[in-house]
Design a protein around this ligand. Structure first.
Ligand code: ARG
Length: 466
């Protein structure tokens, strides 16, 4: 046996050293070292449990814990020598522990396998990551609610097909984004329940012959549940797929916000201003101020969707139980965590800093006959059938287009030319304020409704902090 294969914790049955390229090819330590803290926490809990059931002595347990805490410090201080020939974070830490405390270090792996160890580490890592993402969602939603309160009365054109449809309030528009994020929040809270189940104790695939007590370990690690089948425990990656799928929806939502911000900051819309600190210039066109943050967030949606497909494909057709394929779960998962977190963070900083160009929005809302539906509704309330009133208003719009006048700019006589039921009161509904104020019901765009919705939203956000 060569020296090299002797170094491997599994080297016993091997008669030649691992090919150098294969060693690097199969190693995961370059990316799974991110889970070092979780790996140490899992090992400490495992050793504590082993001591409680009498598999380790109290003294052995203490040596293991002290050694692992020293290793935690070495890693935190950048003094840890990660070795590719030790394959992954688990074997690197275990080998270092044995360096430090000798034979007792070799006892840590009693009654467990890297298969249940890695499954536990990822869940611990993801649980923490979800908590970080949840607080960024809350921060962004708080920013949106603040903006909605500030701009509850601000009028802008609402669009369907990106054509002017009806006037809406800017606050109402911000709260539409808030709603999307509320669903994202709920999805992650739900996903977290399934992340927070402990596979440790499944061992390699069939469980272990030692008298382990999984309740003790689960309690120490803060797991809410314990996986009930060892084969499933080591091989299940549903929780990662669910998370990335929730992440894809977050990115889908952020990409939609992004698209609107890109449009709104253009000279053609000129609805809002993003502070300079969130934008960059052009090296050739001196006038440019580019909305890089929204564009990049929109672009990053692609990689998260790619990660989702990668994970789904990784798991497709895998036989039970653990397969090395599963090592490929980490990079898409970590990339999703970081991308989603960073995008939410950028948005959380940027959204409260949006400056609104009230005049441009108003002017845009006054163009494009945004109160045509209001005129149709007015006629209906005066006894005209809706289809007939639609026809009448269509003719008025056609006339307005020809003479370049909005409905509200026409004289009473001009309007009465289309229907004799029209009276002076028509001007109350043809104004932008009349139009938005009239939509005064739960979910409507009226400023009063926007203000009420922000009050409800504040309560929801505050309750999360408890
Ligand atoms: N590095 C491996 C992974 O990420 C750890 C588990 C390895 N288990 C094994 N039997 N080779 O999945």
């Amino acid at each position: 046996m060569t020296d090299q294969s002797k170094d491997k914790p599994w080297g016993g049955r091997f008669s030649e050293a691992t090919d150098a390229f294969v060693e690097a090819f199969t190693a995961s330590v370059t990316f799974d070292q991110k889970m070092a803290n979780q790996d140490i926490n899992g090992s400490i809990a495992h050793a504590t449990m082993l001591a409680e059931v009498g598999v380790l002595t109290h003294d052995e347990k203490q040596q293991i814990i002290d050694g692992l805490e020293e290793i935690r410090q070495e890693i935190a201080q950048g003094n840890f020598n990660w070795s590719v020939s030790l394959e992954d974070v688990h074997m690197n830490i275990e080998a270092r522990l044995t360096d430090k405390i000798g034979i007792t270090g070799k006892k840590l792996h009693t009654g467990r396998s890297r298969n249940d160890q890695v499954a536990t580490d990822i869940r611990l890592y993801l649980r923490e990551a979800i908590d970080g993402i949840l607080s960024e969602i809350t921060r962004l939603q708080t920013g949106l609610v603040g903006l909605a309160e500030r701009e509850a009365d601000t009028i802008m054109p609402g669009f369907t097909h990106l054509q002017t449809a009806q006037p809406v309030t800017f606050g109402h528009h911000m709260l539409a984004w808030y709603e999307m994020l509320s669903r994202d929040y709920e999805r992650l809270v739900d996903c977290r329940k399934r992340v927070n189940r402990m596979p440790l104790g499944s061992a390699a695939l069939a469980g272990t012959t030692y008298p382990i007590n999984r309740e003790i370990t689960a309690k120490l690690l803060g797991f809410e549940g314990i996986s009930e089948n060892s084969l499933d425990g080591v091989s299940d990656r549903d929780f990662a797929i669910e998370f990335v799928s929730a992440g894809s929806l977050i990115m889908t939502h952020l990409s939609r916000f992004s698209e609107e911000l890109v449009l709104w900051t253009s000279a053609q819309f000129n609805f809002i201003e993003l502070p300079d600190r969130f934008c960059t210039g052009s090296s050739i066109m001196p006038q440019k101020k580019n909305p890089d943050v929204p564009e990049l967030v929109r672009g990053k949606t692609g990689r998260v969707n790619g990660n989702l497909i990668a994970l789904l494909t990784l798991m497709k057709g895998q036989p039970l139980a653990y397969n090395k394929d599963n090592q490929e779960d980490k990079e898409p998962l970590f990339d999703t965590i970081e991308t989603v977190y960073d995008c939410l963070r950028a948005y959380g900083d940027m959204i409260p800093a949006i400056e609104v160009n009230h005049d441009s929005m108003r002017e845009a809302a006054l163009r494009g006959f945004s109160t045509a539906t209001d005129l149709a509704d007015y006629l209906v309330k005066k006894g005209v059938a809706f289809r007939d009133s639609h026809e009448v208003v269509g003719k008025a719009v056609r006339y307005g287009l020809d003479i370049n006048k909005d409905l509200a700019e026409m004289s009473l006589e001009e309007l009465q030319g289309f229907s004799d039921v029209i009276e002076t009161s028509v001007f109350d509904v043809l104004t932008l304020e009349g139009s938005v104020n009239a939509r005064d019901h739960l979910g409507g765009t009226a400023p009063a409704q926007v203000k009420a919705a922000t009050v409800r939203a504040r309560k929801v956000l505050q309750a999360r902090e408890l």
